[in-house]
Design a protein around this ligand. Structure first.
Ligand code: CUK
Ligand code: CUA
Ligand code: CA
Length: 640
């Protein structure tokens, strides 16, 4: 009974073995990194790998068996189209959430309910089977996460999805009109006018790609007519409230804590249609949106619409916004081709990083507000610091103690710098050095994010570096490498890498949320589903050639051992799982019919298909549920 005692000897020897293996692996990684460097493959800083590796101390941040993590990490999954939940600090994958992808485990894209959310053609087939999720952000109350919703974008098809955090399932997807390359997104944190609404009611998104408007074949050879739009969605209904036309493009999005401002970094202020053109200007911009003024303009009817879309589009171009006192937008010049804009947890600053400039630009929001009041000479005067931090700065995160942490893609480093010192330096104090520390990461980091870092409760404990290349960090598995997620302890003065975790390509951004904020349900309620099947309505109902089979599952049985239909029937099967035990999920597969989905405890799902293959198909449970799981079968008979 006492497993601890029983396992003492084997566990000890296993630990010894793993320890040895880990050490051998570490040494191997160091050598490989060095040789990679010689071949010119690994970045210049890779030579420092052994030193960094010597500093790692995974054991300090180990989550022992039976112990729970301190944080949830909610991550995008890139062109896998999904979102993910990972435990921090362990790096354990806890859940993959299908969003824009098709997932046969869950039945996402297979069940009628998921297809209705994903969107279908009139014939019932899915409108899209691709997705590219980049940014995941949570809903706010009082400047911190409230655990209600997550939003995630699809860059390919310009869609915004919402995930409800009690079940961690996608519940709405909106296709945003008139835009392409919908990339950055951020929820607001407060209403600009009504401070009592101190929770998220809007979600903003930027779009990268210029388009002919409407995009119906006109102006294909005249890029000067193409333009991009900033969009605002309603957080509850997910309807698009308004769009704002801008000069240049948009990339990522940040919002102010007081709700007054949203902003997007622009790398193509040139309005160019080719790469050289997009790199022509010495400076690009961060465009600020005055939310209250835009919504007043919409209310006053000062908008246009594009093509068949009914979404009001206001004019945020420079030419129409010359007077700051009435301007909807403010374009603050920042370093060349910025990638990313992030809000500091004290609510004071937005930081843009110029990926083609070795600097970060700190913009003071109080000064942007001054500009909108006509009290600031130029937009550029809102910049209060522009420290040199390293090569290829991309994204910045904050520890809540006045420090910023920026990923340096080209240097393969994370740089820690102090915001107040950067401001002093910008004012002319040459003695201050804002950079506090640097750490090599492996390799080429994209986003970096800190525990609670995008809230007022930024706690400065962990920084996760989402690296785009893993090269020699893991056992080789063929030409497709996984990515490295490196966890860094930032609680002290010096950063310390504590673990490497693998990630299936390709997470971009994530948020790290304290575990007490997330409150999930462990089972559904039967009544959550209007189409639930109970003993009263279970059975077969036929209307012409439409057959509705209402089925129940309860381990280890489906309620009907035989289901008989005729060839050519349109069959709908609705399945309710009557098990109430936590974790007792059943699967439901029909061979030859491309059907496979799960039903969690007390959940109802349905599928509709044509019974076009005569003969026997054994329906079986795919999700191990019981000692008699294999026997959990029914016969699906189709008469010729
Ligand atoms: S982006 Cu990929 S690393 Cu889509 Cu936020 Cu910067
Ligand atoms: Cu039910 Cu396996
Ligand atoms: Ca540019």
């Amino acid at each position: 009974r006492d497993t601890k005692e029983n396992n003492d000897t084997p566990q000890d020897s296993r630990r010894r073995f793993l320890g040895r293996g880990a050490m051998l692996g570490l040494a191997g990684a160091g050598v490989a990194a060095l040789s990679g460097c010689k071949e010119g493959e690994a970045p210049a800083k890779a030579a420092a790998t052994p030193a960094t590796a010597a500093n790692t101390g995974g054991a300090f941040h180990e989550v022992a068996p039976g112990q729970l993590d301190d944080y949830y990490l909610f991550s995008s999954g890139g062109h896998s189209g999904e979102a993910r939940i990972i435990g921090i600090p362990s790096g354990r994958t806890l859940r993959r959430i299908p969003v824009f992808n098709v997932d046969p485990m869950v039945g996402w894209g297979i069940t009628n309910e998921s297809k209705a959310i994903l969107g279908t053609h009139p014939d019932g087939s899915l409108k899209f089977m691709t997705g590219d999720t980049h940014h995941v952000h949570g809903s706010y109350t009082d400047g911190t996460y409230d655990g209600k919703y997550l939003w995630v974008n699809d860059k390919i098809n310009s869609r915004m999805a919402r995930i409800r955090m009690d079940t961690m399932e996608t519940d709405k997807i909106t296709e945003v009109p008139n835009v392409m390359g919908m990339h950055g997104l951020f929820p607001d944190k407060c209403d600009p006018l009504d401070k009592k609404i101190n929770h998220t009611t809007r979600v903003f998104c930027g779009s990268e790609f210029h388009l002919p408007q409407p995009n119906d074949g006109r102006d294909l050879d005249d890029p000067s007519k193409w333009y991009a739009l900033f969009s605002c969605l309603d957080a509850e209904t997910m309807a698009v409230r308004w769009q704002c036309r801008v000069d240049g493009n948009m990339d990522l999005v940040a919002t102010s804590y007081d709700g007054a401002l949203a902003a997007s970094n622009q790398y193509n202020t040139e309005n160019a249609a080719d790469q050289a053109g997009m790199m022509a200007a010495e400076r690009d911009a961060c465009v600020f949106f005055n939310v209250a003024r835009i919504e007043a303009a919409v209310k006053a009817g000062k908008f246009a619409t594009i093509g068949s879309s009914k979404v009001p589009v206001v004019d945020g171009r420079k030419v129409s916004n010359g007077d700051p006192k009435t301007a909807l937008t403010c374009y603050v010049p920042v370093g060349k081709n910025p990638h990313g804009v992030n809000a500091s947890p004290d609510g004071k600053y937005f930081v843009c990083s110029g990926k083609l400039s070795p600097t970060a630009t700190v913009i003071d929001l109080a000064l942007v507000t001054k500009w909108f009041n006509g009290e600031l000479k130029t937009e550029r005067d809102a910049v209060v610091a522009e420290p040199e931090i390293g090569l290829g700065p991309l994204h910045t995160a904050f520890d809540g103690k006045g420090n910023a942490f920026t990923t340096l893609f080209l240097d393969s480093q994370i740089v820690k710098w102090n915001i107040d010192d950067a401001i002093k330096q910008y004012k002319g104090d040459k003695a201050v050095k804002p950079v506090r520390d640097r750490v090599d990461v492996h390799y080429q980091p994209g986003h970096g994010y800190i525990s609670m870092g995008e809230t007022k409760e930024a706690d400065g404990k962990y920084f996760n570096s989402g690296n785009k290349f893993s090269k020699d960090r893991f056992l080789p598995v063929g030409p497709l490498h996984c990515e490295t997620e490196q966890l860094i302890d930032i609680s002290g003065d010096k950063m310390r890498i504590v673990s490497d975790h693998t990630a299936y390509p390709e997470p971009h951004d994530a948020i790290i949320v304290r575990r007490d904020i997330v409150k999930t349900r462990q089972i559904y309620n039967l009544d959550d589903f209007p189409n639930k099947v109970t003993a009263e309505n279970a059975g077969v109902e036929r209307k012409g050639n439409k057959v509705h089979v209402r089925l129940m599952s309860q381990a280890p049985q489906f309620s009907m051992p035989v289901i008989k239909v005729k060839k050519g029937d349109e069959v709908t099967i609705t399945l309710t799982n009557h098990d109430k035990v936590e974790d007792l999920t059943h699967g439901f597969a029909i061979p030859r019919y491309n059907i496979n989905f799960i039903v969690n405890p007390q959940e109802t799902k349905s599928v509709t298909f044509k019974a076009d293959k005569p003969g026997l198909s054994w329906i079986y449970c795919t999700h191990f549920c019981h000692a008699l799981h294999l026997e959990m079968r029914s016969r699906f008979l189709v008469e010729a």
